[in-house]
Design a protein around this ligand. Sequence first.
Ligand SMILES: [Cu+2]
Length: 150
Amino acid sequence: MKKILKYMFALIFLISACGRSTPAGIQDSIEISVPYAHAAGAGETTAVYMVIKNNGTQADRLISASCDAAMMTQTMESSMEGDVMSMGDVPVIELPAGGTVELKPGGYHIMLMDLMKELKAGSTIRLTLEFEKAGKMTLEVPVLVIGAAP
Ligand SMILES: [Cu+2]
């Protein structure tokens, strides 16, 4: 009985450990993990972040993003100009072979502009990414409270 319990605990531990690292989506060589967005009101703007890994031997590129929760979706990059944070559109995000690119606050992000409805924390949105080689990939993106990270 003791042994079985031990085994079960080990199993539960394994399952929860796996749960945390399960990618949100894999397609061809592209692996996406921990996507998330921040809550925002209707008509407002918010951003989606994630980690994109290219497990392949060939470079790929993220060429577009679309989300039916927003009037406009755009890949952008934030940067510091002096002590002012600014951001600009980036037409593509390069994904080198074997490389990992992190979309995070202060760097690359996917901007959702003019939200059609309120994005509530605890809900999810559907985001479609298009990669030059790996093609289109649709993700369920969890919405977190403002400022939170997974
Ligand atoms: Cu932006």
